[in-house]
Write a protein that binds this ligand. Structure first.
Ligand code: CAA
Length: 257
């Protein structure tokens, strides 16, 4: 499938989606988000793909939702527009999604990175929720995911007063997995995604589901959910293969079944 606002490719078992609106610093227009979702869902269905990387350019992961396209919207336009649902649909992708972030990750761009499962950041990455400068607030999870990630005190500064986090600060607060030189961030993200993509696919998928459930469930319900997923894996060929490979001191050959 060909796209106008993104580029896609596969590297090994990794599907790569790259935002391609450099003149607008990869502002997330409805068209770009629609294409991104279509590409994500296609990779999610593709058995040759085990993990997905989303990235922008070295200068900008994404500078937020497209302000020019939103500027004259009414509340009714916003209510009738499925645009922000794309961030929720990203959460429903079953394979791990790694954000490779360099430069600006602002507003909806920051929220998109936070909705991914892992983040590899370049040293120049900058995370922020500057919506307050536009007379609005984050609308795609910024007040919720950012607060869970960095705590209330800092989230208040970020959302109320446009405090930006450097890559090193983001690492300190556990927002990102690692910070690497700008020339390496995409390569590192693909390497990380590839390493995960080589593991037992059904277990990876259920592990992601169990960890993300932390944000949705109280502890007891989360523990019960985890246990059910754990037991479920005993119905897979990969569980038999993984344990047999361990016992017989050989590498496992995963089938994803
Ligand atoms: N939407 C539309 N266009 C944008 C954009 C955005 N979010 N961010 C940047 N651009 C455009 C600029 O308008 C400019 O276009 P022109 O050349 O046609 O004027 C081009 O990208 C380059 O931007 P700048 O000239 O501003 O570049 P800079 O280096 O001086 O500044 C920046 C970079 C600090 C990122 C600045 O562009 C900026 O502040 N952008 C807006 C960031 C923002 O407020 N994001 C939140 C959006 S709202 C949102 O995301 C809601 C939500 O929660 C879903």
């Amino acid at each position: 499938m060909s796209y106008e606002n993104i580029l896609t490719r596969s590297e090994g078992r990794v599907g790569v989606i790259q935002f391609n609106r450099p003149k607008a610093l990869n502002a997330l227009s409805p068209a770009l988000m629609g294409e991104t979702m279509a590409a994500l869902e296609a990779f999610d269905k593709d058995e040759e793909v085990g993990a997905i990387v989303i990235t922008g350019s070295a200068r900008a992961f994404a500078a937020g939702a497209d302000i020019k396209e939103m500027a004259h919207a009414s509340v009714v336009d916003m209510l009738g527009n499925p645009f922000i649902d794309y961030w929720d649909r990203l959460r429903r992708v079953s394979k791990p999604v790694v954000a490779a972030v360099s430069g600006f990750a602002l507003g909806g761009g920051c929220e998109l990175a936070l909705a991914c499962d892992l983040i590899v950041a370049s040293e120049t990455a900058q995370f922020g929720q500057p919506e307050i400068n536009l007379g609005v607030i984050p609308g795609a999870g910024g007040t919720q995911r950012m607060t869970r990630a960095v705590g209330k005190a800092l989230a208040m500064e970020i959302v109320l007063n446009d405090r930006r986090l450097t890559a090193v600060e983001a690492l300190h607060y556990g927002l990102v997995n690692r910070v690497v030189p700008v020339e390496l961030y995409l390569e590192e993200a693909i390497k990380l995604a590839q390493a995960i993509a080589e593991r037992a696919p059904v277990a990876v998928r259920l592990a992601k589901e169990a960890i993300n459930a932390v944000y949705e469930m109280p502890l007891q319900a989360g523990l019960a959910h985890e246990r059910r997923l754990f037991y479920m894996l005993f119905a897979t060929a990969d569980q038999k293969e993984g344990m047999d490979a361990f016992v017989n001191k050989r590498p496992a050959n995963w089938q994803g079944k």
